[in-house]
Design a protein around this ligand. Structure first.
Ligand code: AP5
Length: 223
């Protein structure tokens, strides 16, 4: 049976959480839990939750903890029951979300094994986010300069049309970075206070270099 492992990719908008998640899923079979992706699906499907969430997301603000906790519980329980590995991307983002995740995993008879903290200066984040293009069909992420698709505007993986996210414009990016500083950065201190295992990654380096560091920790844990 596969050894269980639950991890979090923690870092500001644009630090590479989604990019590394994609490769970690392929290499180690993690089940990718991106609260941002789950919310964008609700927005595309125009559900009641999606309509509420869209306004906040476009403004660079956070969706309420209650909504997020419900989404997490629905997603995580079946994965843990099936002895799967959970990779949290974009969650936890507030102190109540951290407490919820830790206690929910405990209630499921599991635990949070490692938190990867992606560190990067703000100046680089603006360039990364304004140049990002995403595939709404399969979730693949590109960058017009750093990681361009083979064919302009077309996803290499599923040939879907690439889009620019509505919150990837300068004004929304600045608001997202401010929200991160105010509401999410303090979560890091709480993570350290709880004695959870943290690995700091220099996310300003090339994608392959960052990934090699993260994958090294995962491989070591799974040995
Ligand atoms: P979410 O979708 O989680 O967005 P985010 O945290 O702002 O993170 P991003 O997806 O923007 O960035 P990323 O770190 O994944 O970077 P990426 O790998 O794409 O959340 C969106 C919104 O939903 C929130 O604002 C909020 O409203 C709501 N929400 C979500 N979760 C919530 C929660 N838990 N609670 C409340 N509200 C919630 O990389 C960025 C670009 O850089 C790409 O183009 C990529 O190709 C490039 N790149 C990546 N790594 C490298 C590298 N090493 N070198 C060069 N380029 C790179």
């Amino acid at each position: 049976m596969e050894k269980a492992m639950n991890i979090v990719l923690f870092g500001p908008p644009g630090s590479g959480k989604g990019t590394h998640a994609e490769t970690l899923v392929k290499e180690f079979g993690f089940i990718h839990l991106s609260t941002g992706d789950l919310l964008r699906k609700e927005v595309r499907e125009k559900t009641e939750l999606g309509v509420q969430a869209e306004k906040l997301m476009t403004a660079g603000q956070l969706v309420s903890d209650e909504i997020i906790h419900g989404m997490i519980a629905n997603f995580v329980k079946p994965v843990i029951d099936n002895k799967g590995r959970v990779l949290c991307d974009g969650f936890p983002r507030t102190l109540p979300q951290l407490d919820f995740l830790v206690s929910f995993l405990e209630r499921c008879g599991s635990q949070l094994d490692m938190i990867f903290v992606l560190e990067i200066p703000n100046e680089m984040l603006i360039q990364r986010l304004t140049g990002r293009r995403s595939c709404p069909a399969c979730g693949a992420v590109y960058h017009i300069v750093n990681m361009p698709p083979k064919l302009d505007g077309v996803c290499d993986a599923c040939h879907g049309a690439l889009i620019q996210r509505k919150d990837d414009v300068r004004e929304a990016i600045e608001e997202r970075l401010a929200t991160y500083e105010k509401q999410t950065f303090p979560v890091l201190q709480a993570i350290e206070t709880k004695g959870l295992k943290v690995a700091k990654i220099d996310a300003s380096l090339q994608r392959e270099v960052c990934y090699t560091q993260i994958a090294g920790y995962v491989r070591e844990f799974l040995k």
